[in-house]
Design a protein around this ligand. Structure first.
Ligand code: HEC
Length: 132
């Protein structure tokens, strides 16, 4: 309960910060992570090869990450992003190797994503996975 209140405060603070037009603090600061500027470029670099039509990941799971809508729609079994809840979002669990160690994304790339990238994606989900 307490955590939720704190979180709400953080999101509100981030929102009003942006509303004041004081610039974008970026994913490493206290500010809001942007889908367009922070999240999509990572997806583009690390995921789209396989997660767009014709790719292995798309063919097997149905997850098409070319658009925000595609990402939020998830796989043929359902959503992989739960806004506000990185702990149970498959999208984050797979990156952190928590779902199934054999199924770590991006698949087939040694060492997977850099920690700071995962932190950015996790933060974005935490902040509500907005199309911002
Ligand atoms: C080399 C190809 C490849 C790359 C790159 C890749 N994936 Fe995947 N992904 C797959 C395959 C194949 C599956 C289906 C796995 C299965 O069902 O056995 C999959 C499935 C998934 C799933 C759904 C798992 C489920 O619940 O069924 C998610 C979420 C996912 N990938 C996220 C990502 C993210 C995020 C990235 C980029 C950081 C990424 N993938 C990069 C191949 C890839």
């Amino acid at each position: 309960m307490k955590i939720k209140i704190l979180l709400g405060g953080a999101v509100l603070a981030a929102l009003s910060f942006n509303a004041l037009g004081q610039g974008t603090p970026g994913p490493t600061g206290q500010g809001e992570v942007s889908y367009k500027n922070d999240v999509y470029p990572l997806i583009y670099d690390y995921c789209l090869n396989c997660h767009s039509p014709g790719g292995k990941g798309y063919n097997k799971s149905g997850l098409d990450m070319r658009t925000y809508e595609g990402l939020m729609k998830g796989t043929k079994f359902g959503p992989v992003v739960k806004p506000g809840d990185p702990e149970t979002s498959t999208f984050i669990m797979l990156l952190e190797g928590r779902a199934n160690p054999a199924l770590r994304m991006p698949a087939g790339i040694n060492g997977s994503l850099y920690k700071q990238h995962i932190t950015t994606l996790r933060k974005w989900v935490h902040q509500g996975a907005k199309n911002n």
